[in-house]
Ligand binder design. Structure first.
Ligand code: ADP
Ligand code: MG
Length: 248
């Protein structure tokens, strides 16, 4: 049985040790040792089935069947963002943001948080009135209104068109700079990982096979880093299909 510890806010780091998760015979996740510093922005990439979502669920505390003699230490306040916004269709935008929170203070915070994501004035709309990008911004507002110490995101922009995705990147960067949560974001897009992450982890068969802190100074550095990540993913750049998460 894995022990889960909640780190005190002052040291809201993430520590994983000897963590594994199997489905039947299949080992979906096997992490020996991983530490993520408070405030670090980590992108997790890997092919489909490499264990990215399994790792994210373990960090979120959504998986009770993580096994081994392992140890997980995560901050207590965590928020999770998924590819689909998971908004309640029958609840207004503001009610979706405050979901599970009580009191007038949380409604005020929700309004501020909606303004932060550029949705001031849309509080009483229903999700069906919003575009995909707007729905994802509501989901982001819902995550951030809880002031998470750890923000977990599983391909949050995967269903958005390229332009909307770039705008979401800018928005996320700004909000993270403001709120300073530790972030673990799963993506199948190497360029998204390089553009958002201070640190990029490549998963393969449930293991971390590459751990980079890219600090590109020149365009060439950036290309080299991109090449290194693609190589770790087993992608031949000459027929560079960036969308690694499509089943083989
Ligand atoms: P990723 O998010 O990188 O695509 P996952 O973490 O979802 O990968 O899955 C890792 C491995 O665990 C895959 O081989 C997948 O088939 C398996 N797996 C994930 N969830 C389940 C499940 N509920 N039941 C059985 N196998 C699963
Ligand atoms: Mg996944």
């Amino acid at each position: 049985m894995v022990s889960t510890h909640h780190a005190p806010p002052a040291t809201s780091a993430v520590h994983l040790r000897r963590l594994s998760r199997s489905y039947g015979e299949k080992t979906a996740l096997s992490v020996d040792d991983l530490t993520i510093a408070p405030g670090e922005f980590v992108c997790l990439i890997g092919r489909s089935g490499s264990g990215k979502s399994t790792l994210l669920r373990a960090l979120a505390g959504l998986d009770n069947d993580v096994t081994g003699s392992g140890h997980i230490e995560v901050p207590e306040r965590r928020s999770v963002l998924f590819q689909d916004s998971r908004l309640l269709p029958w609840a207004s935008v503001v009610d979706n943001v405050t979901l599970g929170l009580k009191g007038e203070a949380s409604r005020v915070a929700a309004r501020d948080s909606l303004a932060d994501v550029g949705l001031a004035g849309r509080e009483s709309d229903y999700p069906s009135r919003l575009s995909g990008g707007e729905q994802q911004r509501v989901a982001l507002a819902r995550s951030l209104v809880r002031e998470p110490q750890l923000l977990l995101a599983d391909e949050p922009f995967g269903a958005l068109d390229a332009l909307t995705r770039l705008r979401m990147h800018a928005l996320l960067r700004r909000l993270v700079a403001e709120h300073r949560p530790t972030v673990v974001l799963v993506t199948h897009d190497v360029d998204e990982a390089l553009s958002l992450g201070e640190r990029v982890l490549v998963l393969e068969d449930g293991r971390v096979v590459l751990d980079r802190r890219p600090t590109p100074r020149t365009a060439q550095d950036r290309l080299d880093e991109r090449q290194r990540l693609l190589a770790a993913l087993g992608v031949d750049e000459r027929n560079a299909d960036q969308r690694l998460d499509v089943p083989a």
